[in-house]
Unconditional design. Structure first.
Lengths: 217, 217
DNA sequence: CTCCATTGGATAGCGATGCTATCTGCTAGC
DNA sequence: GCTAGCAGATAGCATCGCTATCCAATGGAG
């Protein structure tokens, strides 16, 4: 399979494929001559993965690179692949802010109290702290307990997901399922919440349904 | 309050504030002279909102503009503000693809079967269809039923959230809570799922826990 | 064996986004 | 009056994700 075939089958322009090769997120083809190479099904599959991560997951190409490097590392334990996927999806928080440090401690204590066992450097801890800081900056006087309402559901969802992946019989399938599942179902979950919000908003927020009009704030 | 005060209190540089004014996402101050204006608490609050939407929600500035325009429109029913927030958060799907159209029909049927009542142009419908197409492109032979596992939880979450907002006594507070809640708790939810995933991954995916090593794919 | 489209590789450019810097009058407040 | 600060306009800049061009080498058709 030459680059033009790969381009035609994947729908991705040749210059873009060359760009991905340069960026190291698509492995080089097998050389057949100093300036010729052939590509296989693995390349095609990789291209589809890249597009899903970028289009569905909203990852930057550098995040994609971190993910595919984790995928390619056969030595890496499955738990670490999950960690890499999580880190790639999260934009790092500056964490120099004092409020953030305080919030982070509260979040850590809350996680502890929940009985969740997660590494101290999990980026989701900072993400949670950041949302707390954001809410407070907007005048909401809230603590980590606002997350209680969501945590039980997420725990249940994650439990089911992980049980599914753990039941798979090949490492490769488990790894890819882990990464894709994290990214794709995140998007799906968010979309489902919005659909449910809209569904419930009709009876609750519709015209004359308890919320007063603009004159009495 | 002059622009320098606004800058100092919000921590946002003057040129950036001027940029937001130009972009129309921060309303102009009240003129006191042809080239002088003063700003109030509303401006400060707006700046914090912008930063939350951008930093926490990952919105582009044009999406922020759509949101604040909805906030400023006192005529707009609360349900529509929710819709605007949802549209602003979703990057529009091209929808010219044939697979996408098919998936969209399946998603619509699934939503119908669930008994959810949402407008036909809700962007979350397309988002769900897009995830379905993405999964299929990667070889997963799945239908909208993969979402079943998540839908019940999201329904429950949305129900609680909407009941909370509907109980508020001022439109303004309800509107802002709606927008902020949609954006901020989305991020929090995703972070919580990841924490829960990591928590459950230890016993299930840890070394020698059912998933074989790299040699037996 | 010739010819020319195609290839890999390198370099440069481009359009969008989100600022940032500079300039030009004008004004506020000492 | 003087100087710091202001509004508004214009221009520049860094990053991202491509896209276009150029080059020498190649490979397959004839």
């Amino acid at each position: 399979m030459r680059i033009s075939d790969l381009s035609r089958e994947s729908g991705i322009p040749i210059p873009t494929i060359k760009f991905y090769l340069r960026e190291g997120i698509l492995p080089a083809g097998s050389r057949t001559a100093p300036n010729q190479a052939t590509y296989g099904e693995a390349h095609h599959r990789r291209l589809r993965l890249i597009r899903v991560l970028v289009d569905v997951g909203g990852l930057t190409l550098s995040a994609v690179r971190r993910v595919v490097e984790a995928l390619e590392d056969d030595e890496l334990p499955l738990t670490d692949v999950l960690g890499v996927a999580h880190r790639a999806l999260e934009k790092p928080v500056p964490s120099t802010d004092h409020d953030l440090v305080v919030a982070r401690l509260e979040v850590d204590a809350w996680i502890e109290a929940r009985g969740w066992h997660v590494t101290v450097d999990a980026p989701a801890r900072d993400a949670l702290a950041a949302t707390l800081v954001a809410l407070r900056g907007l005048g909401w006087q809230v603590g980590p307990r606002v997350f209680d309402r969501y945590a039980g559901h997420m725990d249940e969802i994650a439990r089911t997901e992980l049980a599914y992946v753990a039941g798979m019989d090949s490492r490769e399938a488990a790894v890819e399922t882990t990464v894709i599942g994290t990214v794709v179902f995140e998007r799906a979950m968010v979309a489902l919440r919005r659909l449910a919000q809209e569904h419930h908003s009709r009876p609750l927020l519709g015209p004359r349904a308890g919320v007063a009009s603009s004159a009495d704030g």
